[in-house]
Ligand binder design. Structure first.
Ligand SMILES: [Zn+2]
Length: 206
């Protein structure tokens, strides 16, 4: 069975492997606390440069490393709800029902899901890996389904920083609609996404 094909009557399907996630200590520590977040937006971040070098390549940064850094700032855990490492591994950070610490402006921390890709996409030629793109697309598909988030409410961090933005997060190598475009094949091509396991089960009966 291939990865995607025409299903008939102009409907296409695309298989995806079910998203595997790891849990940070932040997730474990906060998951039973009451709701403080009502997601309306999905916000994308990158790890960006370091203080010493704004052009540093941070694509090897890990969820555990960023968690440690945020804890050392006195925060209650990693600031994002999801962190996607270079190899595509998704880490659960803050539980979705808890507020994040990733966009100060406009109370967005209490009405969004914050996602972060490891990497510094400010530097020309640096882009997320295919593994990160696939993981992010799958993750956003799940989140949008859960909270009915329209595509225009999936935004880069810099969209919330006023004019002109004082940060370029998630890097100017990623356009404002980069995530939206990542999802477009499914929006426009009558594409249905089917978990591979389910498709394999269903096609037994065809
Ligand atoms: Zn950011």
């Amino acid at each position: 069975m291939g990865d995607g094909s025409r299903l008939g009557r102009g409907v296409y399907y695309k298989c995806y492997n079910e998203v595997k996630m790891q849990e940070t200590n932040t997730y474990k520590n906060l998951k039973d606390l009451p709701r403080t977040n009502s997601p309306e937006y999905i916000v994308l971040h990158h790890t960006g440069g370091t203080q010493a070098d704004p052009n540093a390549d941070t694509s090897h940064h890990t969820a555990n490393g960023v968690e440690k850094q945020h804890l050392s700032q006195g925060w209650e855990g990693i600031g994002y709800h999801y962190f996607i490492e270079k190899n595509g591994t998704i880490w659960k950070g803050r539980p979705e029902h808890r507020h994040g610490a990733h966009v100060k402006e406009g109370g967005i921390n209490k009405k969004s899901i914050g996602t972060c890709l490891a990497g510094n996409f400010t530097v020309e030629g640096r882009k997320p890996t295919d593994e990160q793109k696939n993981a992010l697309a799958g993750l956003i598909r799940d989140i949008r389904g859960k909270y009915s988030i329209p595509i225009e409410k999936i935004q880069p961090h810099r969209a919330f920083l006023g004019t002109p933005p004082y940060k370029d997060c998630p890097g100017d190598q990623l356009s404002d609609d980069w995530v939206q475009k990542l999802l477009i094949p499914e929006e426009n091509l009558n594409m249905v996404s089917v978990p591979r396991k389910l498709l394999e089960e269903l096609t037994q009966y065809l």
